[in-house]
Design a protein around this ligand. Structure first.
Ligand SMILES: *Cc1c(COP(=O)(O)O)cnc(C)c1O
Length: 374
């Protein structure tokens, strides 16, 4: 088998998605599944839609275009504010975008007019995490401005927490969002279709009895793909945490001292000095490195320990168990390791599960990515 490769189990992803959809339905919250961590792979998108998510979202227009080109007609939201230079592509492929800048919404309106379309806009509100968002005091003015653009359909409000500063969604900031939604409706006299409360980090708040109030949508990526909530990286009850595996091949296995020798200077990536003093260990090198993934985000098999990584070598203490050259080791990636592995053209993407075998051409590679972009 080819290595390194990602093995993406579509049945497990489907289970995770349908479980979250069902649990959130009980709170009248719809799920927009976020495909950015799998680079908008169409087979994953189709799996998510079959599992019951109502719409798809991605941060990059290239990924949305790829899903459209493969024939996916579901509603799609560009979840990163559009680039001014891409507004025509945005209105062509995305139904909705999340926005914070009136200059961009204005350009989206003109682009939509040229394309003979109406583009949906959700305004993002800053609630303390200090990434994207309009400050509370400016939101009502922004709503009024957006209402004047002829080819824009103002759909509602959204917010995003826990991505830059780790500010957690709680009853206080979520109540601010709901109160703002109420206030805007009183002002405009029209109901807001969308109040998008956030991402996977909102699940803890929802499932621990948070006051949902006006929130009727969440944008979920990590929790569906990895089965964990991002705040404390704890597994979510009943979800698979091993739907995606990263597999690498052993290219050297030797008993080696744990302690390096010679005059010590900087390592290639400025890592801290090797912790020696454990005598001789069984050490394997895998053909996997920082050009393929984020080695710090890999969970190694029980009994083994990642000792270090450079561009293309990963050094593993295999706990006395000498691995054969040519054998494979399987890791569970965290979000960061997954993102980089999906994006690396050196990592092969394979899809397993009934959802993969029942469909032609399940292979997705970055070569198709670059030809799409061309
Ligand atoms: C990435 C992202 C999400 C999804 O976040 P997860 O933690 O993966 O669920 C939602 N909204 C926005 C704006 C994002 O950038």
């Amino acid at each position: 088998m080819n290595a390194p490769r990602l093995e993406i189990d579509l049945d497990k992803i489907s289970h995770n998605a349908s479980t979250l959809v069902a649990r959130l339905e009980g709170h009248r919250i719809g799920v927009t599944a976020i495909t950015k961590a799998c680079c908008g792979a169409p087979i994953v998108a189709q799996t998510l839609l079959r599992a019951g998510v109502t719409s798809l979202g991605d941060s990059r227009i290239e990924n949305i275009e790829r899903m459209r080109q493969s024939g996916i007609g579901a509603p799609m939201t560009l979840i990163r504010s559009p680039m001014l230079s891409q507004v025509d592509r945005v209105v062509a492929s995305a139904d909705i975008s999340l926005n914070t800048e009136m200059e961009i919404v204005s350009a989206l309106s003109r682009a939509a007019g040229r394309a003979g379309k109406v583009h949906g806009v959700v305004l993002m509100v800053e609630l303390g995490d200090l990434r994207e968002g309009i400050l509370l005091r400016d939101v009502e003015d922004a709503v009024e401005t957006v209402g004047q653009f002829p080819y824009i359909d103002f759909l509602g409000l959204g917010t995003n927490l826990a991505c830059r500063s780790g500010v957690s969604p709680d009853n206080r900031n979520m109540a601010e969002l709901s109160a703002l939604a109420d206030r805007i409706e009183r002002g405009t006299g029209a109901p807001l279709a969308v109040v998008s409360g956030g991402n996977s980090s909102n699940l803890e708040w929802v499932f621990n009895g948070g006051e949902i109030a006006r929130v009727n949508n969440l944008r979920l990526g990590e929790s569906i793909l990895l089965g964990r909530e991002p705040l404390h990286r704890q597994p979510i009850d009943g979800l698979h945490t091993d739907a995606i595996k990263l597999i690498a091949e052993v290219i050297e296995s030797k008993a080696k001292p744990s302690e390096p020798w010679g005059t010590m200077a900087h390592a290639a990536f400025g890592d801290s000095p090797v912790a020696g003093g454990r005598g001789e260990i069984s050490q394997s090198i895998l053909a996997l490195g920082r050009q393929d993934t984020d080695p710090r985000g890999l969970q190694s098999p029980t009994g083994s320990d990642i000792l270090g990584a450079s561009s293309d070598h990963l050094v593993l203490d295999t706990g006395g168990n000498m691995l054969a050259v040519g054998s494979e080791v399987s890791f569970v990636p965290d979000y960061s390791a997954l993102l980089r592995a999906m994006t690396s053209s050196y990592v092969i993407k394979t899809f397993v599960g009934t959802a993969a075998t029942s469909r032609p051409n399940p292979e997705f590679s970055m070569s198709s990515l670059s030809s799409d972009a061309a």
